[in-house]
Design a binder for this molecule. Structure first.
Ligand code: ZN
Length: 265
């Protein structure tokens, strides 16, 4: 199943996205936010007059209590930044206030000398996830997947010693355009970036340093993951700068394309 979040009759609602003959449409409203149910197939729906998905202004499909990010989870990216592959997952946060809707402007802060794109697979948590035991299956804790741009002010990341400022500006977490439970990151999902139509990043979740089950086990033994929380799983090699006037597109296979223009702050 695939769903998005959008404004319907003046209210933010979740909508089921279905394709027929290669065209995606929003065909049903979800009666309850899916993270309150924990399993997409159990969410009651209400049929509506179908809306063309690509032409409907969307909201961020996630409303997390926290955004937990993983650094250096692809060997190629660790190498291009001159870093070793970490021996255990390297975690940091982005604030929920950094979330940005599909299609809206990334506001590039003029005080930063370098702001980069980072294409990532986002994982949405289905239910409270606390201290998983080593062999516990993580699948029941995953609601679905989306595309994330972990926008990063690289100069501040290098300078500050921690990454709250570098990763935390408003608009630095574009998310969407939809959430799907129909992909399998363990088998391999392609994750990439185009800027102004030019390919900048092209990776695959098969190349994770720490697979998703290892990440969720690790995080759940540090902090309780709540329904709707978002995990950003790291970026493949090829990160590069964004300047005002650029249009950046993050593509995750099975999710689609998350497109945002870049403007100056
Ligand atoms: Zn990242």
């Amino acid at each position: 199943m695939k769903y998005c979040r959008f404004t319907f009759k003046g209210a933010a609602r979740y909508g089921l996205v279905e394709s027929s003959k290669g065209v995606e449409r929003i065909t049903h409203l979800l009666a309850i936010p899916p993270e309150q149910v924990g399993k997409l197939k159990s969410v009651p729906t209400e049929q509506i007059e179908p809306l063309p998905f690509l032409e409907t202004p969307l909201l961020s499909p996630v409303q997390p209590s926290k955004i937990v990010c993983v650094g250096r989870n692809y060997r190629g990216h660790a190498a291009e930044m001159g870093n070793d592959v970490p021996k255990e997952p390297l975690l940091f946060f982005k604030p929920p206030s950094s979330l940005l809707e599909p299609g809206h402007d990334i506001r590039r802060p003029s005080i930063s000398e370098r702001v980069d794109h980072e294409a990532e697979l986002g994982v949405i948590i289905a239910k409270r996830c606390h201290k998983l035991s080593p062999n516990e299956d993580v699948h029941p804790y995953i609601l679905g997947y989306t595309a994330i741009n972990d926008v990063s002010a690289r100069d501040f990341q290098n300078k500050d010693g921690q990454w709250a400022r570098a990763k935390g500006f408003d608009t630095f977490c574009p998310a969407g355009p939809l959430v799907t439970d129909e992909i399998d990151p363990w088998k391999g999902v392609s994750v990439g970036t185009r800027v102004n139509g030019q390919v900048r990043q092209q990776g695959n979740t098969r190349d994770f340093v720490f697979p998703l089950d290892a990440l969720i086990h690790y995080i759940s033994n540090i902090m309780t993951l709540m329904p709707g929380d978002l995990i950003c799983t790291g970026t493949p090699e090829g990160v590069g700068p964004l300047v005002p006037g650029d249009v950046v597109e993050i593509s995750v296979e099975g999710v689609g394309t998350l497109r945002n223009p870049v403007v100056s702050d």
